[in-house]
Design a protein around this ligand. Structure first.
Ligand SMILES: C=C(O[C@@H]1C=C(C(=O)O)C=C[C@H]1O)C(=O)O
Length: 327
């Protein structure tokens, strides 16, 4: 079983499946500390840096293939990659995703349950005048399609801005643990978004439910924002966007929504842990912090990152994990 913790200081490198550093600059993924590590440029000041560490209690094998670093423990695979900044990213994203997907097949961890994508200049435009996020989505969709992924098998994901460093991404996949993908009945599945949001819809599920070896389950909740149906609600209004985002999360985890996927029991916002909150404007951070402190459990670690988001009208986005035994 793999689980994560947020670290702000040194941590033991033994029994680490992988780590993502939210740092003041990017680095190519590497194995220098004995585990795969992805460093994304996600904070302006090194004082705000932290690392999400994925732990395991099983023996680990590590490796690298075409710049994709990885580690696996017989149950779970972590892998991470980075794509250089460029004017058009469709092809590079497709190629890097195909390498990572190829690894999941070769190493036999085909149940991808969570991905993160950090995209520099996410709301900028590429050389064709297409938004960088949409360019990214096109490459990702091609890779999943070529790999024969059905829409209903897509993993939970986050796709947010980075302050530099091209595109960094990482994934977690399981070998045999039962995995159910979850949609949110308040929201259209992202893979069905209409074409006005870009030539290829975003390839992700709203959450995944993964059975834990010792009983219970993890629920990995994707980056969630003030999107109802497919529309952004409350343009320019941070408090209202936070409220709608929390309503989306609450409904996603509710007994009603989970029962549609044959899952129970329902969970609550208080059950979320390892929460990341992405906030577009620095001046909104205080408001968002206050709202989150009331909504989530005091036992939850909450990290706030001041980055851009996948639609230029989104101001805030929240993700988290329900761990087995929490509910
Ligand atoms: C916020 C949304 O999407 C964001 C983009 C994602 C992606 O492209 O992988 C995943 C979740 C969110 O980070 C949304 O569409 O509601």
């Amino acid at each position: 079983m793999t689980w994560s913790s947020f670290q702000t200081g040194p941590f033991s490198s033994s029994a680490v499946l992988g780590a993502v550093v939210y740092g003041p600059r990017c680095r190519n993924p590497h194995l220098d500390r004995g585990f795969p590590e992805l460093t994304v440029h996600a904070v302006a000041d090194s004082a705000d840096a932290f690392t999400e560490v994925w732990h395991t209690d099983r023996p680990i094998e590590r490796g690298a293939l075409d710049g994709v670093v990885h580690a696996h423990d017989g149950e779970s695979l972590f892998c991470a990659a980075r794509i250089d900044s460029s004017d058009d990213c469709t092809e590079a994203v497709r190629a890097a995703y195909l390498t990572a997907l190829g690894l999941t097949r070769t190493l036999d961890y085909q149940r991808i349950f969570r991905m993160w994508n950090f995209v520099e200049n996410i709301n900028g435009t590429n050389s064709e005048g297409l938004e960088v996020y949409r360019d990214f989505c096109r490459g990702r969709a091609r890779a999943f399609h070529e790999f024969g992924f059905a829409e209903e098998q897509l993993p939970a994901a986050t796709g947010v801005g980075a302050l530099g460093g091209g595109i960094g991404f990482c994934l977690l996949a399981g070998r045999s643990a039962h995995r159910v993908t979850i949609e949110n009945s308040r929201q259209l599945p992202a893979y069905r978004y209409p074409e006005r949001y870009g030539p290829s819809s975003p390839s992700f599920a709203r959450a995944t439910h993964v059975a834990a070896a010792g009983g219970g389950a993890f629920i990995y909740v994707s980056g969630t924002a003030s999107v109802v149906g497919h529309e952004t609600l409350h343009r320019g209004q941070i408090t209202e966007q936070c409220g709608e985002t929390l309503a989306n999360l609450e409904h996603l985890l509710s007994a009603d929504n989970l029962a549609r996927h044959g899952l129970r029991p329902g969970r609550r916002l208080e059950d979320l842990r390892n929460i990341k909150v992405y906030v577009r404007h620095q001046q909104d951070l205080l408001t968002v912090r206050e709202i989150c402190a009331k909504a989530f459990s005091p036992a939850a670690d909450i990290a706030f990152l001041n980055v851009d988001l996948c639609r230029s009208d989104l101001l805030v986005e929240i993700e988290g994990i329900v761990f087995p035994g929490v509910a």
